[in-house]
Design a protein around this ligand. Structure first.
Ligand SMILES: [Zn+2]
Length: 339
């Protein structure tokens, strides 16, 4: 990893004052370079001639009409990954596995654009209308077998475009054994169609060869501080939650227990573990889960709740209530990954 960047020794406070366009980041020589090379070689192995172009931007996305992939800048330097974790509590795409997962998903969008796949009649029958607007929220059905499972939060269910990108990603993943994994699932038809489609495309020139970079870093004049302020706002939510009944089932406001530890301090102690566990189970961003937890802590303080049951039992109940609340958030207007 190259440390030729003068800003990498700055404290967070000073770093946050920098404008994103002044970071001078490049993909070359970064954590991202080998992953992109791997994506290209996976496409080569499947005889797909098209290779989406990639560039750094603020978020992961593949723009409408441009067959390429924008990658969030923080993945291009370990100092910025550290800042990302501090600001957002997790680094989306920060491990080898997760980075490849998202790249394959975005490659699905890029391929769709490059070969104009969603205009095909069979595509529309299997995945639905590409033109339908993105919903403000989607209600995933975790048990549905009509969709493949790839990115978290049952993302294939969000929109036909996402369904195709997810199906493509599963198809492309080496050793995904999709025929066996999805045997008996209606989703298998989508995988088989994708398999046929990709065979047809083998060696074909893409129809859309635009190499435009949408929202490249050089054009982003906001500071890192402003960037994170906006990003956190996106993961916050207005949730007129009332957990009181649930909290009273876990904790107690009986004066008998007034010498026991406070519910708020108990929640603060398990905060990190709880956040991680529920994020793994639901696919919801840790920042959002932390927000739910903070609301619960505040409410426990207001109600002067105490821990009355054994710690293990209390912990287990907290995890259940937290998961249910987080699923409610998922159902009421939460988006994890941009197009
Ligand atoms: Zn997507």
């Amino acid at each position: 990893m190259s440390y030729r960047f003068p800003w990498y020794r700055l404290s967070d406070e000073h770093l946050l004052d920098m404008r994103i366009c002044d970071l001078n980041l490049t993909i070359k020589g970064s954590f991202l370079e080998p992953h992109i090379r791997r994506l290209y070689s996976e496409l080569n192995e499947r005889s797909i001639r098209f290779k989406p172009h990639v560039w750094l931007s603020e978020e992961w996305f593949s723009p409408d009409g441009v067959p390429g992939i924008a990658i969030p800048f923080y993945l291009a330097h370990p100092r910025l990954m550290k800042l990302e974790r501090k600001q957002m509590l997790e680094i989306e795409g920060g491990t080898d596995t997760e980075c490849m997962r998202i790249l394959r998903h975005e490659a699905g969008h890029a391929l769709d654009t490059a070969y104009r796949l969603h205009f095909k009649a069979r595509w529309r029958i299997l995945f639905g209308s590409f033109a339908q607007p993105y919903p403000d929220f989607y209600k995933p059905r975790p048990k549905s077998r009509n969709y493949v499972l790839h990115l978290p939060a049952w993302y294939a269910q969000a929109h036909p475009a996402e369904d195709f990108a997810e199906t493509f990603a599963v198809w492309l993943s080496p050793r995904s054994r999709w025929r066996r994994r999805y045997k008996g699932w209606p989703a298998l038809r989508k995988l088989e169609y994708t398999n046929d489609l990709m065979r047809e495309l083998a060696g074909a020139k893409p129809r859309n060869r635009t190499r435009t970079k949408v929202e490249p870093l050089s054009a982003i004049r906001t500071t890192l501080r402003q960037h994170y302020r906006n990003k956190r706002e996106k993961y916050d939510f207005d949730w007129p939650a009332n957990y009181d009944r649930e909290l009273l089932r876990i904790f107690s406001d009986d004066p008998r227990h007034k010498r026991k530890p406070s519910a708020a301090s108990f929640l603060r102690k398990i905060r990190r573990d709880a956040r991680q566990l529920v994020a793994d189970g639901t696919g919801v961003h840790q920042y959002t889960i932390d927000h739910v937890l903070q609301n619960m802590i505040d409410r426990c303080n207001d109600l002067r709740l105490r821990v009355a049951a054994p710690a293990r039992e209390t912990r287990r109940k907290v995890m259940i209530v937290l998961t249910v609340q987080v699923m409610n958030v998922l159902h009421s207007g939460y988006h994890r990954i941009a197009v």
